[in-house]
Design a protein around this ligand. Structure first.
Ligand code: SF4
Ligand code: SF4
Length: 317
């Protein structure tokens, strides 16, 4: 496993970051034991960087895995807080539920532009103060937009960014892969730590995973790349791709049978909360049906809609 210093944070992370959304209740919904064991396996293979978020509702997996390994990987979490009180509550929730004194990386979730960052300034100021107090080591933002990456360099208090990048630009809300890459390269020159998300386009690039991972690996400006995993086969395959190798035929065959998709349950009421939560415009309320419908070609399987549904209608399988 290759390791890189994450910008100026002083944190040395494995190039492959374990994206944990996929194992939790919004997606594969693994048992606590299964999810924690997978993280332990990943840690044994050298993956010391785990990505989560408050909205993923999966801290218990990480907590159990931490107990099992008795060691400290670099954990990144994030919050939708927009003010100091919400940021404090989110950080405390992470510290309590993960049973950690210090959260290595804490970020503002899904920032869109300089305007949204400005709007979240009270939360950002709280996180920076928490960094001063030693409760967080590095503060950052996650984003699906080129505009937010460009905005990040205007906020010198930020240590890192977690932008969406893949070779086809799937999921980038306001530009192409080339435009996102140009913005990321500028942020890299400013010294920000950078770890990419959705390298496999939320599953749309699974068929060309080797090429997609190789594209991301060759980007000097990406200190690490987060890939969501929910099975030993996915972990094994991604570890192979990180080395430019092919996984075994058996592994490939099993993975090809597990194509993921978003399922909308029959009891959807058409309330539309998920429509507002979807960053891709992939959900639309179909009034004639009284429910929401999916534009499959827009969906990047990010799972954000699941947390917004009061009826638990949305699951990725
Ligand atoms: S429909 Fe749900 S999973 Fe798909 S892009 Fe929108 S929020 Fe993400
Ligand atoms: S939030 Fe849930 S119930 Fe409401 S429209 Fe979306 S899927 Fe249906």
């Amino acid at each position: 496993m290759e390791y890189r210093l994450l910008g100026k944070t002083g944190l040395k992370v494995s190039r492959l970051c374990f994206g944990t959304l996929t194992m939790g209740p919004l997606q594969a919904n693994l048992s606590l034991e299964e999810g924690a064991s997978l993280l332990v396996e990943a840690f044994s293979a050298g993956i010391n960087f785990w990505d989560t978020a408050e909205s993923y509702h999966n801290y218990p997996y990480l907590r159990l895995a931490l107990k099992k390994i008795g060691s400290m990987p670099i954990i990144a979490s994030r919050t939708y807080a927009s003010n100091a009180a919400e940021a404090e509550a989110s950080l405390e929730k992470a510290r309590v539920e993960l049973d950690l004194e210090v959260i290595p990386i804490f970020m503002l979730h899904e920032q869109e532009s300089a305007l949204t960052l400005e709007g979240h300034r009270p939360a950002l100021e709280y996180l920076c103060a928490a960094r001063e107090r030693g409760l967080i080591q590095a503060v950052g933002i996650s984003c699906h937009t080129v505009a937010a990456v460009k905005a990040a360099i205007l906020f010198p208090e930020l240590d890192l960014i977690h932008p969406l990048i893949n070779y086809r630009g799937i999921g980038i809300k306001d530009g192409s892969a080339a435009e996102m890459l140009a913005a990321i390269e500028t942020a890299y020159k400013y010294g920000l730590g950078i770890y990419g998300m959705k390298v496999l386009g939320g599953g749309h690039l699974n068929a060309s995973a080797k090429e997609a991972i190789s594209f991301a690996l060759e980007l000097e400006c990406l200190h690490a790349l987060a890939i969501g995993m929910a099975s030993l086969d996915e972990l094994t395959a991604n570890l192979c791709y990180m080395q430019g190798k092919d996984p075994s035929e058996d592994t490939v065959a099993r993975l090809s049978q597990t194509k993921r998709r978003l399922k909308i349950e029959d009891w959807c009421t058409g309330c539309g909360y998920c429509v507002e939560a979807c960053p891709q415009g992939a959900l639309v309320v179909e009034h004639s049906l009284g429910r929401v419908v999916l534009r499959e070609n827009c969906c990047i399987l990010c799972g954000y809609c699941g947390a917004a549904c009061p009826e638990m209608c949305l699951k990725i399988f």
